[in-house]
Write a protein of this length. Structure first.
Lengths: 317, 150, 412
């Protein structure tokens, strides 16, 4: 059996964890929720590459590792290539018959934060996808360089305060739009691309399984709420993520073969983005009278984006 | 074996309390091996309490000292929905055979996510001061709340 | 199964093709590469071998040299034989990952076809890239011609993959002068070459699922120092394996390599210490000067740049009076690196010859027989008067006013 049953949570919970505690991630960090879910979604052997970032510096600090699978970290920019190299070696050794257990099922996975994915490792990721390696790349998107203390990345949304796109007397925070990484990855023609969120655990687990089972390069952008840099109480990680998906700040969808877009979650009651923003310290300044227009602008863009996704889904092209 | 909730190897050292060995004893290539001996079957098919974790696995370390508040589990109310299990960021909800058995206090950092996602009424998990004895905490458990109208 | 290739007893190969043939014979599992002049033909030819069924491995053409070395590291950690090639700017882009490869003790083979580093941009050979790798924790072997590029590649796999070494190895050759100059090369047969190298022996492989290994952990002030010291020790100690492999190679082929090559040094009064194709120029100059002027000139050349042959330098220069150390890389604000290392070795010797430094051949500037002879003659002058009459650092073959730095300080 390659996939863990995820019919319901009770069954899913019978998976034997391969990601250990006493890692150093912040209390309430969504990174580890996402990583655990990926690792629990399959019982295949895993070769995991991690980019430099919160996940890496918190799970492999000598003399401790939190990984019960093969794991490698090289640098900030090259997790996709580390996984691709291992995957190429697997193919070569399988062909030559030098693997210890040639029948052992294996999946190659790379994790990177948004800094590693959208910015510094963008080229390495693009190359890996273009070459068609059988690797699932998962971006843990917390919309900033959290590991270095909360600087802006190209995944930081408009209006957010970060230490290098500060809100101040004459600034409302980041001015530039968030890069649409999902569209860019889909444009590579990757067989499976998705944006998923840990609050919707079943959709996320299914998406992970689909990516792992799909031959070829797959990309998943996951929303990883950051208690430290988004500035909310650690207990609220899932509550904040609920606000993110239900305000449609983070629409949940997949794109198959670069063409067919499927919306995977439609909130019954769409909430105003204002509620999502108000729950986080990084957007506090937007509630000053002079910045209200930014909230309106964000809402407008969220509406337009949702409209676009729905039309694209309907079009089926 | 002391059982699932407190196995022999789990949380036996504070992070940073490990012996600092010399250059001749550190591992070649900074490699860390998670297990003491080669695994005869797929790790994903072996329950954590049955695995031969090496000293290099963070399973053998504890972060209990990070906590100022802790979740306390009330078995009587729990419906084994496994919400706490799926969202625990610290692999600290111990579930076996679809049942929630308790909390791994060696690895729990006290974030409180498990309490937030617990759907029962009253909740089956609540945060208490780290110093609170479990029995005392259970004695203080609140009554079922009437549903608030939205 | 990969097709075997019938080779003649003597082939006419340039350095790049010789290196590519060695990679083929080693049956490398993964080559992750990116093209850059003048090393490109190595991976192009490798690609041709793959396309024609001479190799069973994976050839991964990535999108940058950084990715090339990253892919090599990922592949090597997965437990197989790995090699690639680069030059100059590509080498510079790889540097971050070179340190990761050696720190993880992954025996990757990197062919470095030496080329100058911009700015200004230049595609010709000098040793700027080789020098930039000298602290990266790799073993560095230096080939002076095409035959050696072939031989040293075969040796490199055997050295780096040795269980007591487990370090990555660079095989250097000079851009164009060696890489693009066709010469007679005596290859081994495919079977002989592979038998010499042997099967790859995986260590801590990520594809052995009975073990879970973590590669690339963080070490802070409590641990980093010990790991670096252990790695340094491994590199320092690797000479014993290098010597053993060179001896086995000699037994197999009759071709002898030493970590420090010495030519005409038995009775030499003056010497040049140099790297790369320059060694052959200097040797020819020494031979001619011995005949024409009776000048007892010799040449000393590190075959192995890292680990540096400190003791061997001391022995080789034990009886000379004056030495010129040639650096084909601009040190920018200091004496040349090779000069510094040779001087350090001789300072810890009871015999301290007069040592000067020449910067030369930058960006592929020709270093002629006459240039070499002029340097030998100057050393003879120093030897005769017993002190250095010129600046300690000079520039050979440079247009414009004579450039030099520092002078010898003599007791009154």
């Amino acid at each position: 059996m390659a996939l863990t049953s995820i019919k319901n949570l009770k069954e899913f919970s019978t998976a034997n964890e391969r990601f250990e505690g006493a890692h150093l991630l912040c209390p309430g960090c969504a990174h580890s929720m996402i990583v655990r879910e990926l690792m629990n979604a399959t019982d295949d052997n895993l070769v995991i590459a991690s980019a430099t970032g919160c996940l890496e510096v918190c799970t492999a600090v000598y003399p401790y590792t939190s990984w019960d699978t093969s794991w490698i970290h090289i640098g900030f920019e090259n997790a996709a290539t580390a996984a691709a190299g291992a995957e190429a070696m697997y193919k070569a050794r399988k062909r030559k018959g030098t693997l210890k257990d040639p029948d052992a099922p294996v999946k190659f996975v790379a994790f990177g934060g948004d800094g590693a994915t959208y910015d510094i490792g963008f080229q390495w990721l693009s190359g890996m996808i273009e070459r068609g390696h059988d690797v699932t790349y998962i971006c843990l998107d917390n919309e900033n360089y959290a590991n270095t203390g909360g600087q802006r990345s190209s995944a930081t949304p408009v209006g957010a305060h970060t230490s290098t796109a500060q809100a101040g007397r004459v600034s409302y925070g980041k001015k530039q739009k968030k890069k649409d990484i999902v569209a860019i990855m889909a444009a590579h023609g990757a067989p499976y691309v998705a944006q998923l969120a840990p609050n919707k655990w079943k959709i996320m687990a299914k998406g992970f399984q689909k990516a792992l089972e799909t031959e070829g390069p797959c990309f998943i952008n996951t929303v990883s709420a950051c208690t430290t840099e988004w500035k909310f109480n650690p207990k609220d990680t899932i509550n904040i993520t609920d606000l993110a998906t239900d305000s449609l700040m983070f629409p949940i969808y997949e794109i198959i073969d670069g063409r067919q877009l499927n919306i995977l979650y439609r909130p019954k009651n769409v909430i105003p983005v204002e509620e999502y923003l108000a729950a986080q310290g990084r957007y506090k300044h937007l509630f000053k009278p002079e910045n209200r227009h930014v909230i309106d602008m964000i809402q407008k863009e969220v509406n337009e984006r949702w409209e676009y996704l729905q039309r694209r889904e309907e079009a089926g092209v | 074996m002391k059982g699932v909730l407190a196995t022999d190897r789990r949380g036996i050292r504070e992070l940073g309390a490990e012996e600092l060995v010399g250059w001749d004893e550190v591992t070649q290539g900074v490699i860390l091996e998670s297990f003491e001996v080669p695994m005869e079957e797929n790790v994903a098919h072996i329950r954590p309490e049955e695995r031969p974790y090496s000293d290099f696995s963070s399973y053998t370390a504890t972060v209990a000292s990070w906590r100022v508040i802790k979740p306390v589990y009330n078995r009587d109310i729990c419906i084994d929905c496994q919400n706490c299990w799926v969202w625990c960021p610290d692999t600290s909800i111990i579930s076996r055979d679809k049942q929630m058995l308790g909390i791994d206090y060696d690895h729990c950092k006290g974030c409180g996510v498990c309490v937030e996602v617990c759907p029962t009424n009253p909740k089956s998990l609540l945060m208490f001061s780290e110093a609170e004895e479990p029995e005392a905490a259970l004695a203080k458990w609140p009554e079922k709340k009437k549903k608030e109208k939205k | 199964m990969a097709e075997k290739m019938e080779l003649n007893e003597v082939e006419v190969w340039d350095g790049n093709y010789a290196a590519a043939q060695a990679l083929r014979q080693a049956q490398v599992d993964v080559v992750a590469a990116y093209p850059i002049t003048p090393s490109t033909p190595i991976v192009e030819n490798y690609g041709a071998f793959v396309a024609n069924g001479y190799i069973d491995g994976e050839f991964v053409m990535v999108e940058s040299e950084h990715a090339a070395m990253s892919g090599c590291v990922g592949a090597a950690a997965a437990g197989g034989r790995v090699a690639t090639a680069t030059s100059s700017q590509g080498f510079m882009l790889m540097i971050e990952v070179l340190y990761q490869a050696s720190g993880m003790r992954l025996p990757i083979i990197l062919n470095v076809v030496n080329r100058a580093i911009a700015s200004p941009l230049n595609v010709r050979g000098d040793h700027g890239d080789m020098y930039a790798g000298r602290d990266s924790g790799w073993i560095q072997l230096d080939a002076f011609n095409a035959q050696e590029a072939y031989d040293l590649n075969l040796c490199a796999f055997k050295i780096g993959e040795d269980i007591n070494v487990r370090l990555p190895v660079m095989v250097h050759q000079d851009g164009f002068l060696t890489s693009h100059t066709a010469q007679n090369v005596y290859p081994l047969s495919d079977d002989e070459a592979y038998a010499f190298i042997g099967d790859y022996k995986p260590v801590d492989e990520m594809l052995d699922f009975t073990r879970a290994v973590t590669y690339g952990a963080q070490t802070e002030e409590d641990w980093h120092y010990e790991h670096k010291a252990k790695q340094h020790r491994a590199l320092m100690d690797s000479y014993t394996v290098i010597d053993r492999v060179f001896a086995e190679f000699k037994e197999k082929t009759g071709r002898e390599y030493k970590r420090l090559e010495s030519y005409l040094m038995e009775d030499a009064e003056v010497a040049i210490v140099a790297l790369g194709s320059t060694v052959e120029t200097a040797l020819l100059a020494a031979k001619q000067l011995r005949e024409s002027e009776g000048l007892k000139a010799g040449v000393v050349a590190p075959r192995v740049f890292r680990p540096f042959p400190f003791n061997e330098i001391r022995d080789a220069l034990a009886n000379v009076k004056a030495v010129a150390v040639l650096d084909r890389s601009c040190p920018m604000g200091a004496m040349g690196a090779l000069f510094n290392e040779v001087s350090a070795a001789m300072y810890a010797s009871p015999h301290r010859p007069l040592i000067t430094n020449f910067i030369y051949g930058l960006g592929g500037r020709d270093f002629s027989l006459e240039d070499a002879k002029a340097i030998f003659r100057e050393q003879k002058g120093h030897a005769d008067v017993g002190y250095i009459t010129t600046p300690l650092q000079q520039f050979s073959g440079l247009r414009g006013p004579k450039l030099g730095f520092y002078e010898m300080k003599r007791s009154k």
